[in-house]
Design a protein around this ligand. Structure first.
Ligand code: NAP
Length: 256
């Protein structure tokens, strides 16, 4: 039985990835900080899908924890076939006079851990001639919403480069850019959910399904939601004034 490892697999998008992967026949390794929640989630997934679920308590902002996770990712006796770098959090902090400690943590969790885990997993997968790495970015990568947009842009760009390096190795790297998803992220970050029409939100299960299907087809960028695929196409081809306009509108909707 193949095994998939999901970071942040206890809530929101990560939990949806875990469910979708279990449904597709994978055993799981779930990594997150809260050990009790990990155990509850593992028991629930085993109940629902009959898969083996290993729990891996880890704080991805702590480098020695990331090193432990790398050991698990590169254990050739217990190979990981799919890695989903999903763990992350919202950043509701200005850039001017910013909270540097929080920004450091965001960089560690959403960039450094992604870089280190992807690189190590890719090497192990390449030696076996197969595997899949999915990195969770955001639609924010195409607009300018503080350092969150900048970090998610990094995830997008990094995964594109990784996919090029892994071409013809049997290992697929894919980045998924969800729009807005109703998870714990906004509340945890103390951010008001933006006031958007219903169609603007996507379900976490759709994010996981689209990402896995896109990776299975050997494609690099996954954007859940037909409307959002069109929106990204427009953002990529329009003058820069357009993403700046949207960024201002979204900031305004949060401050109202
Ligand atoms: N929700 C959205 O609208 C949206 C849109 C686009 C992209 N995203 C991205 O999707 C990913 C998942 O977010 P979500 O919305 O599903 O958020 P969520 O519901 O808050 O879930 C976050 C998950 O990450 C784990 N986590 C957070 N910090 C961690 C750390 N330092 N070390 C290890 N695990 C950590 C959490 O578990 P513990 O607290 O137990 O560690 C939890 O399992 C993030 O990368 C986010 O940026 C979200």
């Amino acid at each position: 039985m193949a095994t998939a490892l999901v970071t942040g697999g206890t809530s929101g998008i990560g939990l949806a990835f875990a469910g979708e992967l279990a449904e597709r026949g994978y055993d799981l390794v779930l990594a997150a900080r809260d050990a009790d929640r990990l155990a509850e989630t593992a028991a629930d997934l085993t109940d629902r899908f009959g898969r083996q679920v290993e729990t891996f308590p880890v704080d991805l902002a702590v480098r020695s924890d990331v090193d432990r996770l790398v050991e698990r990712l590169t254990d050739q006796q217990r190979p990981i076939e799919v890695l989903v770098n999903n763990a992350g959090f919202g950043l509701n902090t200005p850039l001017v006079g910013t909270d540097v400690e929080l920004q450091d943590r965001a960089i560690e969790v959403m960039c450094r851990a992604v870089l280190v885990c992807s690189g190590a997993a890719a090497e192990a997968m390449r030696s076996r001639g197969r595997g899949m790495i999915i990195n969770v970015s955001s639609l924010s990568a195409w607009i300018y919403k503080g350092n969150y947009s900048a970090l998610k842009r990094w995830v997008l760009s990094y995964t594109q480069a990784l996919a090029l390096e892994l071409a013809r190795t049997g290992v697929q790297a894919t980045v998924v850019c969800p729009s807005w998803v109703k998870t714990e992220l906004h509340e945890r970050a103390g951010v008001k959910r933006p006031r958007l029409p219903g169609w603007a939100w996507v379900e976490a299960t759709e994010v996981a399904r689209v990402a896995l299907d896109t990776a299975s087809r050997g494609k690099v960028v996954a954007i859940p939601g037909r409307g959002w695929r069109v929106a990204v196409w427009v953002l990529r081809h329009a003058p820069d004034a357009l993403p700046r306009f949207f960024s201002r509108r979204i900031s305004k909707s949060r401050s109202n």
